[in-house]
Design a binder for this molecule. Structure first.
Ligand SMILES: [Zn+2]
Ligand SMILES: [Zn+2]
Length: 297
């Protein structure tokens, strides 16, 4: 069955996603069992259990009810199948109301598992994987999320000890391990540049999914008004980021991808160009653009 979704491997993480400003943004990382925003709920991400909602704009949330109903159809009902949507606090009540209104339309109630994501309060997904929500800068309350692998490592001073010696130390209550956090992937949602880019778990994340909505010089005002990033902001942002892979998302429909690429080449240093790509670059010379109307959210 044909799909509009892009599938690619970035570093050692497989991404299945789609992102165009004002139309749809949804990015799944199947091996991590995480989906960032839900867009229009494409079938490729329905089975992912952890859904991270950043803000209320419809290009990011329109498919939320559909996600839960589809899970019910395939037997992943939340609560039994562990499907959960994490979301900013102000969206909890409206989303619960939305589910309620749909139950009146549909004549059947679909269970939905919502958990409020509080900035800087980690959410444990697995023994070795956490989500860290953080505030971004989008003019409306909005969050980004880092997926962070947590490893327990032996402290270097105990490196020479044998297994039985380590067991003895543990028995004595000595802390022989330390906690190492490895940020795997960070999704910033919709946002203008902001202090969050200087956070260690953001700038050291192996992959950062960063919006860059506007590219044309006459779109600077539009970027400022909507709290979005313009390609001209990138030269200031790049030196702050240590990410191995910077993946640009949420490009406006007003700009051809090939023109966006050209603009990017003009403003970035070669080393930064090398680590930067467009999620929606399917390879080849994409001329895709919808009609230049509508809003960019
Ligand atoms: Zn958007
Ligand atoms: Zn938005």
């Amino acid at each position: 069955m044909p799909t509009h979704m892009v599938e690619k491997r970035i570093g050692d993480i497989r991404i299945v996603g789609y992102s165009l400003a004002g139309e749809e943004t949804v990015i799944g990382a199947p091996e991590l069992n995480i989906c960032f925003d839900i867009g229009r709920a494409p079938r490729e991400v329905i089975s992912l259990d952890h859904l991270c909602i950043t803000h209320g704009h419809p290009d990011h949330t329109a498919g939320l009810h559909y996600y839960f109903t589809q899970r019910w159809f395939i037997g992943n009902e939340p609560g039994t199948g562990a499907g959960t949507a994490y979301l900013p606090e102000h969206l909890l009540k409206p989303m619960q109301d939305l589910m309620e209104v749909w139950s009146r339309i549909e004549g059947r109630y679909t269970k939905a598992n919502f958990v409020v994501a509080t900035p800087d309060v980690d959410i444990k997904l697995r023994r070795d994987l956490i989500l860290r929500p953080f505030e971004v800068n989008h003019g409306v309350p909005a969050l980004g999320y880092s997926a962070i692998e947590v490893r327990n490592k032996l402290k270097p001073e105990f490196a020479e000890k044998t297994g039985p010696e380590l067991v003895e130390l543990k028995k004595k209550g000595i802390q022989i391990e330390y906690r190492l956090e490895v940020p795997l992937i960070t999704y910033c949602g919709d946002t203008a540049a902001g202090d969050f880019l200087d956070r260690d778990h953001v700038r050291n994340s192996k992959i950062i999914l960063l919006e860059c909505t506007f590219f044309d010089s006459e779109h600077v005002t539009r970027a400022r008004a909507g709290n979005h990033i313009h390609v001209r902001d990138l030269p200031d942002i790049m030196p702050r980021l240590r990410n191995q892979h910077i993946v640009l998302i949420h490009v406006t429909r007003r700009t051809f991808l090939r023109d966006a690429k050209r603009q990017l080449q003009e403003v970035l240093k070669p080393a930064d160009l090398e680590r930067t790509s467009f999620l929606m670059d399917r390879g080849g010379n994409s001329r895709r653009r919808s009609e230049p109307h509508g809003s960019d959210y």
